[in-house]
Design a protein around this ligand. Structure first.
Ligand SMILES: [Zn+2]
Length: 149
């Protein structure tokens, strides 16, 4: 618990100190955090392949935060198209995750924030509520973009 509090305070200060720097724009998705960029680029490349566009449908900011345990990522969205949406990634989870888990998490959250997908449990897929470090095969990726699974 003590560790968690320290961590939360630390994150808070990082957010304050970075809040005035410029966001880098990647196809409508904005982030200050370097380590997210290759995964955002991967998302955009895949979106181009499956949906024929390399632009996000909404303005989306991706930041670090501390969603309540055991949530490792969260999408905040409203129905107002003029308000930018926000993906919040748990920094501790991100630091301890491999490439596959990171991409799975970003795809999942952008599934909510960019593609308006809900959770889906009919079969194993990126939009399952629980991340499973599942193998991101062509079929899994295709089912995600085309079926919202
Ligand atoms: Zn979700």
């Amino acid at each position: 618990m003590k560790y968690f509090l320290k961590f939360a305070v630390h994150t808070y200060f990082i957010l304050i100190f970075t809040s005035c720097s410029t966001f880098s724009r990647i196809s409508g998705i904005y982030t200050d955090i370097e380590t997210f960029r290759p995964y955002i680029t991967e998302y955009i490349n895949l979106k181009q392949i499956y949906l024929g566009t390399d632009k996000a449908y909404y303005a989306i900011d991706i930041i670090y935060g501390t969603p309540e345990f055991p949530t490792v990522g969260q999408c905040y969205r409203t129905s107002d198209p003029d308000l930018s949406r926000q993906v919040i990634i748990n920094a501790q989870f991100w630091a301890n995750s491999n490439d596959n888990e990171r991409l799975e998490l970003l795809l999942h959250e952008l599934g909510h924030c960019d593609l308006n997908f809900s959770h889906q449990e009919e079969r194993v897929g990126i939009m399952n509520a629980k991340l499973k470090n599942k193998e991101l095969t062509d079929t899994v990726i295709k089912d995600f973009f085309l079926e919202g699974i």
